[in-house]
Design a protein around this ligand. Sequence first.
Ligand SMILES: Cc1ncc(COP(=O)(O)O)c(C=O)c1O
Length: 261
Amino acid sequence: MRDTATMVNGFDMESVDALDPELRTLVERRASLLGPAYKLFYAKPVRFVRAEGVYLFDADGQAYLDAYNNVPSVGHCHPRVVEAIARQAATLNTHTRYASELILDYAERLLATYPAGLGHVMFTCTGSEAVDLALRVVRFRTGGEGVVITANAYHGVTTAAAEISPSLGPAVPLGRAAGTPRISAVRGAGLYLAADFVHPDTGEPDGDTALRVVNGLRERRVLISATGPHGHTLKIRPPLPFSRADADRLAESLTDTLRTL
Ligand SMILES: Cc1ncc(COP(=O)(O)O)c(C=O)c1O
């Protein structure tokens, strides 16, 4: 999750008093314990307690359809992944400087899926570390220092990754909406889709409407988010087990939300 003071769809602590007492206590406890870079999603934050497949479940047992969180790509808490993690944690969990075999088996399986020119594997624990390592490798290989990045890029939280992540800066404006919402473009590849909202009269990016759509979907228990320099792009990236029926539910909930704006 992005950790910027101006994160799109971030919860505003100023409105903490409006939350129901239990959620309010939780949000305040969080603010008192975690660093200020941790942000919460949504005008009314969601309290999740477990997940399974394409669903996350809140403290009341309500299921939310996940059309956003790309990290568990095979679905939340996939039994084979859970079993493999648990089995390894119960067997051996140490660093990479012993002559153990498992890491070699895994490297072989990974390399078999890579182009022939890639002959070695370096493992990292997070995307930020992977970006950091990639910068070191490419700087060493080319002797160059420059990096080309897009205007609202996010590459992670290590020093090197943050330095090439303009989205962590202060400039993520959230404009105010006027007129009827309009989607100006829909694009994507596979299960990764984006839709841009613009003001119908001016064609200007309409981040406020995108934000209302994200929160309207949250009320219908469907999870997506918005992104981009103006926060006007809906970002849809469900896990692979997302079915036709799940896609229909997302489309129906989106249509329903748009009708109420
Ligand atoms: C495009 C991109 N790069 C890098 C990262 C950083 O990954 P991690 O949070 O695992 O450090 C993220 C995480 O959101 C990301 O979306």
